[in-house]
Ligand binder design. Structure first.
Ligand SMILES: Cc1cc2nc3c(=O)[nH]c(=O)nc-3n(C[C@H](O)[C@H](O)[C@H](O)COP(=O)(O)OP(=O)(O)OC[C@H]3O[C@@H](n4cnc5c(N)ncnc54)[C@H](O)[C@@H]3O)c2cc1C
Length: 470
């Protein structure tokens, strides 16, 4: 049978089609629970779950810093959606617009540009809106040209390759200015993404330096710029202060109450007047809701999150649901009224469960339940064998915190398959030396062949990516 306009197999319209936008924490866990609970109806064709997601995998973001450090291979940080959601229709694409009055969403897929037919309309009965968030940037001159985020597996691996490549450049150049800029790494944003990414990469680079005849760990300069007066607010004040001491003890230059003013021409200029020529500027200064929400015509908060009830229904809009980073969900456990649940995985996973149950309850005419979860605390890794944790009122630091970080995330990473692979990798890493290679050339797979073809044709060798590469 030929695929229909949704990219799914044509059949009689099921009595319940649930469209899930996004294949991250909320999207995957909601679809997983729905597929389990709707097993019979899915089998008989009486219900259908369509998941639209730009990537065919869910990313376990808390493992990105370890992927950047080379402790976990990139494939094991992601969960293949087609395998996990084997009873759902997975459409690789992006929802560009939602017309909830008509209950349709327009979807662009990888084929949209090729077949010239334009975006496809997918109609639905219930919609779960879970496109998460994107990096929250500021209009800092030069940031869009030189900055890199740390939200995706591509960014994490790209950054690892980049850091090692900078060490290769520094080792090879005779120009001290190029060397200094190559060995200066600036991170902006002291939340867990920024701190963990910096701490893991610094740890990895310091280890890697021992294999360079002319680079000492002390030659590497790591700078963390944070606009507020503390880092890692997720682990509480005391553990944040400990993490600060730990990073400074490793010679990491942490600048609190400081902002990045500009980074034009690869020079990071800070609000305290200091200037750092650098080829690495990592931006982890918070997130903002995915751009799709602004075009959805649904009620938003001032910060652009979807305004939701505690039942995770979009406020005043029947048949529309949301959770995770994209949703402003009232925190029923907070002492002060009006607080929203924080954008983190802890809430996203738990909200997905309530969300799936409420979608089913709505379809079946049963009462809905409210989402209620008191934040349990957080764990953060600060490199191999170092960490901080503040969980259920207990504070840990150093090796025990790092161990807890690993144990917690191992228990949380989806599927037994991934757990086993990650555990195997950690075990092997304990027995052998760390990986220190940069495979940056993976980003330009045609470069070698294009160079050979250019040479063979008497053409000029191409130094970088050939046109059309990537
Ligand atoms: C480096 C890092 C470390 C972190 N560590 C922790 C941690 O230790 N603990 C913790 O609690 N939280 C952590 N978080 C935060 C946590 O990962 C997020 O809060 C969580 O992923 C939110 O889940 P979500 O489903 O809302 O969004 P996501 O998991 O980001 O999923 C959103 C999905 O929607 C897709 N999408 C976007 N736009 C569209 C569109 N138009 N159409 C279709 N699909 C779309 C995206 O591609 C993505 O697949 C970390 C985040 C980062 C970046």
């Amino acid at each position: 049978m030929a695929p229909d306009s949704r990219g799914t197999t044509p059949r009689t319209r099921p009595s319940a089609r649930i469209l899930v936008v996004g294949g991250g924490y909320v999207g995957m866990y909601t679809a997983l629970r729905l597929q389990r609970k709707l097993k019979q109806r899915l089998r008989s064709g009486d219900a259908e779950i369509v998941v639209v997601t730009p990537e065919p995998y869910m990313t376990y973001q808390p493992f990105l810093p370890e992927a950047a450090a080379g402790s976990i291979s990139p494939r094991h940080v992601v969960v293949p959606l087609r395998r996990v959601l084997n009873r759902c229709a997975i459409v690789i694409g992006e929802v560009g617009h939602i017309d909830h009055a008509e209950r349709t969403a327009s979807v662009t897929t990888l084929a949209t540009g090729e077949d010239g037919a334009g975006a496809r309309e997918v109609d639905y009965d219930e919609i779960v809106i879970a496109p998460g968030s994107v990096s929250r940037t500021l209009p800092v001159p030069g940031l869009a040209d030189f900055g890199i985020g740390f939200k995706t597996v591509e960014e994490a691996i790209g950054l690892r390759n980049h850091v090692i490549e900078q060490m290769d450049i520094a080792s090879a150049t005779r120009d001290p200015a190029i060397r200094d800029a190559a060995l200066t790494f600036v991170f902006v944003g002291g939340g867990y993404a920024g701190v963990e990414a910096l701490a893991e990469l610094e740890d990895m680079a310091r280890y890697t330096a021992r294999y360079y005849h002319n680079i000492k760990p002390a030659d590497l300069r790591w700078i963390l710029v944070e606009a507020s007066g503390r880092i890692l607010p997720e682990v509480g004040e005391a553990m944040g202060a400990y993490a600060l001491g730990e990073l400074r003890g490793r010679n990491i230059d942490v600048r609190l109450d400081t902002r990045l003013d500009t980074c034009e021409d690869r020079v990071a200029v800070l609000s305290d007047g200091s200037r750092f020529p650098t080829r690495t500027l990592v931006w982890t200064a918070g997130v903002r809701p995915a751009p799709l929400l602004a075009a959805a015509g649904l009620p938003l908060t001032e910060r652009g999150r979807l305004r939701c009830a505690a039942t995770l229904g979009v406020e005043g809009v029947p048949h529309a649901w949301a959770a995770g980073d994209a949703a402003a969900v009232p925190d029923l456990t907070a002492a002060e009224p009006g607080r929203e649940t924080a954008p983190n995985a802890q809430h996203a996973v738990r909200q997905a469960k309530v969300l799936a149950d409420n979608v089913l309850a709505a379809i079946e005419g049963r009462p809905l339940r409210e989402y209620r979860h008191a934040y349990a605390g957080s764990v953060a890794s600060l490199g191999l064998h170092k960490g901080v944790a503040h969980v259920y009122g207990r504070r840990l630091k150093g090796y025990p915190a790092w161990l807890m970080h690993r144990a917690y995330h191992l228990s949380r990473v989806p599927t037994f398959n991934r757990k086993a692979r990650v555990l195997a990798e950690w075990t092997l890493a304990g027995l052998f030396k760390r990986e220190i290679v940069s495979l940056g050339s993976l980003e330009h797979p045609r470069a070698e062949f294009a160079r050979a073809a250019g040479d063979g044709a008497g053409g000029t060798p191409s130094p970088g990516a050939p046109p059309g590469d990537g």
